[in-house]
Design a protein around this ligand. Structure first.
Ligand code: SF4
Length: 373
């Protein structure tokens, strides 16, 4: 099974914490689409004869493209890639773009899952984050999207936001629970270098909460999710009734994927491919018939450690057969595993290595203990 990721590198405005690749010069959209179409043709054989099960439009803000533009891209993809066995087709959408007309058009294009960037339910947060929507718009978008895409929306929420009280955080989660949202992703705000937020932190214009406050908010999240029947199937991802994100889960489990568009990454099991994170360079290279990418041959250690790092974050754990195909089981691994099992942090089930509830609190540290050095 394999997936396709399309990076749409445009946003309406720049969120202060964001370090993704995007441009607010939307007049570049026609050039981008023309470059993307050329890239599809040049890389159509990347996934060989693997079945493409997922298609994911991320960004940036894919919902900024008009339905006509999205339709044009999908029609082109269908010409060169075998998409008739798709089970999941996700569009990342921001609340300001979620209107009935768009929702119906997206459905018609074949999109069957929306990922909505809500982030917070505090008006002040929308302002300092420089989000393009208001809270009223955010709520309206969630409620409308949930009607048109029942059981097929996922919402991003953020914690660790300055001055977010525990009560406020709980009400944000409870709002989504009350709306019966089937999938929730909750991430702690991180300060990425070269963002406006990082500058504010350096100049003390903004003060972040400490790790203890973050841990408390994470605890509240786990408590609310568990109480309301959500399963934590990945450290930051929660689903009801096994409505897991298939595309993202395949990344975590080491599947192959083709990433198209500026800054998109691809993975073929051995090498990682990085497209240039510059819209103009991307378009120019493709206009000249060349691929705007760099290739990194992943070392055995990289592949092994990455599989541990991502696999352990999931409820499925690490596939040991897959792991020992990369490098054989060794004495160091067995010694570490024994110690982790003795602490009740880890279990082995049907050739999978899985964190226990207690182990989940130390996922990154445990991964490092099992790394191949
Ligand atoms: S809309 Fe998303 S991708 Fe665009 S700047 Fe904001 S967080 Fe970043």
């Amino acid at each position: 099974m394999a997936g396709i990721y399309i990076h749409i590198p445009f946003c309406k405005q720049k969120c202060t914490y964001c370090d993704f690749h995007f441009s607010i010069q939307t007049k570049g959209i026609p050039n981008f689409i023309s470059g993307l179409k050329k890239e599809v043709v040049l890389r159509k054989d990347f996934l060989g004869n693997q079945t493409i099960k997922t298609l994911y439009f991320g960004g940036g803000t894919p919902s900024l493209l008009s339905p006509t533009e999205l339709k044009e891209i999908v029609a082109h993809l269908k010409l060169y890639l075998k998409l008739d066995e798709l089970v999941e087709f996700t569009l990342e959408a921001n609340p300001e773009d979620i209107q009935l007309e768009n929702l119906l058009a997206w459905k018609e294009i074949g999109i069957n899952r929306l990922s909505i960037g809500l982030q917070s339910l505090k008006e002040e947060d929308m302002k300092w984050m420089n989000r393009a929507h208001s809270i009223a718009q955010g709520k309206h978008a969630i409620e409308l999207a949930n009607q048109i895409f029942p059981n097929a929306i996922t919402v991003d929420l953020m914690y660790g936001i300055p001055q977010l009280s525990e009560e406020e955080w709980r009400t944000h989660i409870q709002y989504l629970i009350a709306q019966n949202i089937s999938h929730i992703s909750a991430y702690c705000l991180t300060v990425e270098p070269k963002t406006i937020l990082s500058n504010w932190v350096k100049t003390k214009k903004i003060t972040l909460d400490d790790d203890d406050q973050h841990a408390k908010q994470f605890e509240i999240l786990l408590e609310e999710m568990t109480k309301h029947g959500y399963e934590q199937y990945e450290i930051s991802n929660f689903a009801k009734n096994q409505q897991y994100a298939i595309h993202n889960s395949s990344y975590w489990l080491g599947a192959h994927y083709l990433g198209l568009g500026p800054s998109a990454h691809s993975f073929d099991g051995k090498k990682r491919y990085w497209n240039v994170a510059n819209n103009q360079h991307y378009f120019q290279a493709l206009a000249n018939g060349s691929l705007p990418l760099e290739i990194e041959e992943l070392s055995k250690e990289n592949r092994y450690n990455e599989l541990i790092l991502t696999g352990l974050r999931t409820k499925w754990g690490v596939n040991l057969k897959q792991l020992f195909n990369i490098a054989p089981r060794n004495h160091q691994f067995d010694t570490s595993l024994l110690a982790l099992k003795a602490k009740n942090w880890m279990k082995e089930e049907n050739d999978f290595l899985i964190l226990t509830e207690a182990g989940k609190l130390f996922a990154d540290r445990i991964s490092q203990e099992l790394f191949l050095i």
